[in-house]
Design a protein around this ligand. Structure first.
Ligand code: DOR
Ligand code: ZN
Length: 343
């Protein structure tokens, strides 16, 4: 196949940041994606309806003229989140709340320290129909970083799933065979997003021949058997797995540093890179469901009516991009050839 037309896709996991950075990130995603689930890990985090509504306005103001990209807002759960916060969020059009275990990733210091304490909040979320988005990693220092997702499943995720049969839960950016199997076996109210980097790469791409800071994200890339399990999961065509880029920009100097930030800025080539890997694994016929149908279905939203066409044609991602503040950022897969292109 050298050309494929699919329903226009949505990005169910996206970091846009704030302020002048929106001048870069919003057009980059809105170029292709119709909607995005906007992550709330700003500094300070987006913890309630009012902050989410204000943030939404700043995102809308950064859209290119004539573009109808729709930001779908989330709030950030803390141990101080109240039931009223959930009710107000739902009333304000917020679609989900994000659970970051404290210390798990970028700007997560304010996050949840005792998961059980949030049970009344989860119950309210199930009642009002707010989705729970989970960064599924434990954060205890003695747990090996490559095991943190599996330990999170065993200790917390399996219990939350059992205790809240009516709460829709998205296990975000899954990285392991364990997570893929867990989601596949879980009831219909559990789904997962998968990033382009976790389909394309494994931990060798992070460490062999030198440290590759632009491939560093969290949860960290795992060994190739896990990468293959994620590829097999999307290849089944199961509606439990859908597109979430986790496009997460950090300036070049923050990535190429003695303590480099986690996050791959994939918005410049995301749908094309998904098409490339789906093609490589012989699953191009499953791309549309993954990119454009299953996420909307799970969130209970209409599928997009527009279409996009991808053609098998090589092009190169830029080595770097200059941000509105004048400083450079290196996009994911910078300088590398991509084999599919949007027509
Ligand atoms: O790699 C990551 N970057 N993983 C996350 O969970 C957060 C994100 C960010 O905000 O930079
Ligand atoms: Zn993320």
């Amino acid at each position: 196949m050298t050309e494929i037309t699919i329903t226009a896709p949505d990005d169910w996991h996206l970091h846009l940041r704030d302020s002048d950075m929106l001048g870069e990130t919003v057009p980059a995603t809105a170029r292709i994606f119709k909607r995005g689930i906007i992550m709330p890990n700003l500094v300070p985090p987006v913890t309630n309806a009012e902050l989410a509504s204000q943030y939404r306005q700043r995102i809308l103001a950064a859209r290119p003229q004539g573009n109808d990209f729709e930001p779908l807002m989330t709030i950030y759960l803390t141990n101080d989140t109240t039931k009223q916060d959930i009710i107000d969020a739902k009333a304000a059009g917020v679609v989900a709340a994000k659970l970051y275990p404290a210390g798990a990733t970028t700007n997560s210091d304010a996050a949840v320290k005792a998961l059980e304490a949030l049970y009344p909040i989860f119950a309210t979320m199930a009642d009002v129909g707010l989705l729970l988005l989970v960064h599924g990693e434990v954060t205890e220092s003695h747990i090996d970083i490559f095991d943190r997702e599996k330990v999170f499943i065993d200790r917390y995720m399996s219990k939350v799933v059992k205790d809240f049969p009516t709460l829709k839960i998205v296990f975000e950016h899954i990285t392991t065979k364990d997570a893929a199997e867990f989601v596949m076996a879980a009831p219909a109210n559990i789904a997962a997003t998968i990033t382009p980097q976790h389909l394309l790469l494994n931990r060798n791409d992070l460490l062999v021949g030198g440290v590759r800071p632009h491939n560093f994200c969290l949860p960290v890339l795992k060994r190739n058997i896990h990468q293959q399990a994620l590829q097999q999961a999307v290849k089944t065509g199961s509606s439990k797995f859908f597109l979430g880029t986790d496009s997460a920009p950090h300036e070049k100097s923050a990535k190429e540093s003695a303590c480099g930030c986690a996050g791959c800025y994939s918005a410049w080539g995301a749908i094309e890179l998904y098409a490339q890997i789906f093609d490589e694994i012989g699953a191009l016929d499953k791309l549309e469901g993954f990119a454009s149908h299953y996420g909307a279905d799970f969130y209970g939203l209409e599928r997009n009516s527009q279409k996009i066409t991808l053609v098998k044609e090589s092009w190169q991602l830029p080595e770097q991009i200059i941000l509105p503040n004048g400083r450079p950022i290196v996009p994911f897969h910078a300088g590398q050839t991509v084999s599919w292109k949007v027509k």
